[in-house]
Design a protein. Structure first.
Length: 238
C-alpha cells in the first residue's frame, strides 16, 4: 500500500521527528527514563533566558548535546532518503531534528524547522562557526559575543524562511510521510494536516500511536523506520 502510494506520487514530502534519530543512537525527548528531557527541563536550560542569565549552564547543556551528536552518525534510513531525493522519489524533507543528519547523509532539500547543532553562531555579530568550537570549549566569538548553537531556543520563533518553504512543500505534496514524531509539538505538527487538507495522502510511521493517526491514510506502528525504509527501498530498487 505505502509502496504503491510512493510509486504513484509526483511530489512526496518526508517529515521527520526524533524517532528518525534513535536508530543513530540519539535519545528521543519524551520516552520515560531514556528521554533527553527526563533529565533536564528544556524550557529552563535550552532557552534565551538561560543564554542571557545562566550562560555557564547553557554552554554545559549544549556542549553535551553537541558531543552527543558528534558521537553518532546518520544511519541507513538517512542514506536511503538522500538516495531517494537524488532519484526523484522524494522532493524534500521537513525535520524537527537538530542533529543535521539528513544533510550529513547527503539530502539537499532539508527544511530544518528547529535549526541545527552542526553549527554555532555568535549571538552578537552573527558569525558562523562549526560545532567543534563547543567541542573545544570555545564559547566566545572573536568579537567577544557568546557562541550559541544555531538551533531554535525556547523564547525564539521558528526561522521564517524555512517555515515558509515547509508550508509551500506541504501544500504541493501529494504524498506526505511522517517518520518518527509524536506530532505533539505545534506549529510543526500542522504540516501533515496542511498537506492532508490540500489533498495529499498522509502516512504515519511511528512506533507508538500519535494524536493524528485518525487523519492518516496509512499508519504503521511497532516497526522501526530504518527497517520500513530498507524494505521499501528494496522494492523500489528491484
Ligand atoms: N522508529 C519509529 N518510531 C520511533 C523510533 C523508531 N526507530 N524511535 C522512536 N520512535 C517514535 C516514538 O515512539 C515517539 O512517538 O518517535 C516518536 C518521537 O516523538 P518525540 O520524542 O515527541 O519527538 P518529536 O515528535 O520529534 O518532538 C520532539 O519537540 O520540543 C520539540 O525541539 C523539540 O524537535 C523536538 C520535538
Amino acid at each position: 500500500m505505502l509502496l504503491d502510494l510512493i510509486k504513484k506520487s509526483r511530489y512526496t514530502v518526508i517529515y521527520t521527528g526524533v524517532g528518525m534519530s534513535t536508530e543513530s543512537g540519539l535519545p528521543d525527548f519524551r520516552s520515560t527514563k531514556t528521554g533527553l528531557w527526563e533529565q533536564e527541563d528544556p524550557s529552563v536550560v535550552a532557552s534565551t533566558d538561560a543564554l542571557n542569565r545562566d550562560v555557564e549552564r547553557f554552554f554545559e547543556f549544549y556542549r553535551k548535546r553537541v558531543l552527543g551528536v558528534k558521537d553518532c552518525s546518520p544511519h541507513k534510513g538517512h542514506e536511503i532518503l538522500a538516495e531517494w531525493e537524488r532519484r526523484g522519489i522524494i522532493q524534500g524533507i521537513i525535520t524537527q531534528n537538530v542533529d543535521g543528519f539528513h544533510s550529513v547523509a547527503g539530502s539537499d532539500n532539508v527544511m530544518e524547522l528547529h535549526g541545527t547543532l552542526q553549527q554555532v553562531h555568535c549571538q552578537s555579530c552573527g558569525q558562523v562557526y562549526g560545532n567543534e568550537m563547543y567541542e573545544s570549549e570555545t564559547f566566545y566569538c572573536t568579537c567577544g559575543g557568546k557562541l550559541r548553537p544555531s538551533v531554535v531556543l525556547f523564547g525564539e520563533g521558528l526561522p521564517e524562511d524555512t517555515f515558509m518553504k515547509a508550508i509551500d512543500a506541504s501544500e504541493r505534496a501529494d504524498l506526505f510521510i511522517v517518520l518518527g514524531s509524536s506530532l505533539t509539538v505545534t506549529p510543526a505538527n500542522q504540516f501533515p494536516l496542511l498537506a492532508k487538507e490540500q489533498g495529499a495522502k498522509l502516512v504515519i510511521v511511528n512506533l507508538e500511536p500519535t494524536l493524528f493517526d485518525h487523519y492518516a491514510d496509512v499508519v504503521i506502528h511497532k516497526r522501526k523506520i530504518g527497517e520500513v525504509l530498507a524494505e521499501l527501498d528494496h522494492h523500489l530498487s528491484s
